[in-house]
Unconditional design. Structure first.
Length: 240
């Protein structure tokens, strides 16, 4: 595991953009997993600036959303579909998402994960971490070998999305997620965390023995994980 500490959120976004642009340059068919959330927005903005300036090209990249809400029409404001439409302001080779409006969400997310495996998996899976330790929608209780599946969303996760959906009641109670197993099958993983509110869960994920109580702690089992933190998110880590 590598831990990189950026002085602030702007520097974090620049480093994350560099990592993503580097993967886009490598290999014949680069593939990345992409998260939603407040943290990656400035990274996506930085990538858009670099693409505009000619310093980055994601037009050959196949991107895979790591999760999506379930039970609302595709594109509903607040869904990850709507998020990516708004925040990925640069050409991408392809963007695959589970279908929030699928009549059978369990079948849809299983088919999504199977398409991902058939396409050769993920070169770099970019993740955020929830204050409850989730990665993608793998909420506390998720096992290391959990597959792609439909999940009940934690109250904490639904609260975090209330504004985007307009109210807490409008936030779906279920989501579709790549499993911890799918994430660990990625060739490299980059976790982004910014701000003091993440400091305690980042410490637990990195320093406590891996357990389902903090799904992000399963990332300790992958040799190619980089934690990219700003100083506030890193502030509770023991000196190393
Ligand atoms: P955030 O979300 O970037 O909005 O804090 C992270 C997450 O829940 O994965």
């Amino acid at each position: 595991m590598r831990i990189e500490i950026a002085a602030d959120a702007t520097t974090l976004a620049k480093r994350a953009a560099s990592a993503i642009c580097d993967v886009a340059r490598a290999g014949a068919h680069p593939s990345i997993g992409l998260p939603t959330g407040d943290t990656p927005i400035s990274t996506y903005e930085e990538i858009a600036r670099r693409v505009e300036a000619g310093g980055c090209d994601l037009s050959r990249v196949t991107a895979w959303a790591v999760d999506e809400f379930a039970g609302v029409p595709r594109g509903t404001p607040g869904t990850n579909d709507a998020f990516f439409l708004r925040h990925l302001a640069f050409p991408l080779g392809a963007l695959h998402l589970p279908d929030a409006g699928a009549a059978n969400a369990a079948r849809d997310i299983a088919a999504f994960a199977s398409r991902l495996r058939d396409a050769g998996g993920i070169d770099l899976c970019v993740l955020g971490i929830g204050t409850n330790g989730h990665i993608a929608f793998n909420e506390p209780g998720s096992a290391a070998d959990s597959p792609a599946r439909v999940v009940d969303l934690a109250t904490e996760s639904r609260n975090a999305h209330a504004a985007a959906f307009g109210s807490l009641d409008a936030v779906p109670t279920r989501g579709m997620t790549l499993g911890v197993a799918d994430i660990l099958a990625s060739r490299a993983i980059l976790v982004l965390a910014s701000g003091a509110a993440k400091a305690d869960i980042v410490r637990r994920a990195i320093e406590e023995p891996p357990s389902a109580a903090v799904p992000a702690s399963w990332l300790q089992r992958h040799a190619g994980v980089t934690w990219l933190l700003d100083a506030a998110a890193a502030s509770r880590l023991r000196a190393r």
